[in-house]
Ligand binder design. Sequence first.
Ligand code: C5P
Ligand code: MG
Length: 161
Amino acid sequence: MSAFRIGQGWDNHRLKEGRPLILGGVTVPCEFGLDGHSDADILLHAITDALLGSVALGDIGMHFPDTDPQWKGAASERFVQHALSLVERAGYRLVNVDSTVILERPKLKDYRASIRENVARILRLPGEDVNVKFKTSERVGPVGEGLSAEAQAVVLITRHA
Ligand code: C5P
Ligand code: MG
């Protein structure tokens, strides 16, 4: 296996009134949130898929089927930590993560530091190795119309010394 590998992840969830808006494990105050079987944290789901992808271990649904009651309402932190342990078991360590959350509103920039710090804590990385970007969809498409939100993530891993 190569000294470096990359992984990519993407997720989207519908928005629903009365649901919590949890991004990177941080609850953002809002009258609507992300609908789903788990806590619907699109950012952590995208990061989980990126980690699994980096070691060619399929995707989140293979490891955490949404039909399995043990994952109902699960904190997505557990998905990330399990995927990270699989990366480590394969002989690699995480180098850095870059990510984008695409959500029309609310503005997320006031939560950037806390989301970044929490993602870094979950991944056991220094904050400087984690980046979280926010974008609107310019009022176009399902995200732009406020029906859904998306997240994308890429990770770099390197072989243990
Ligand atoms: O999508 P757009 O390019 O208009 O976003 C401009 C900036 O607004 C982003 O770079 C980001 O800092 C911020 N933003 C935000 N919360 C969102 C979307 C964008 O804070 N939901
Ligand atoms: Mg998801």
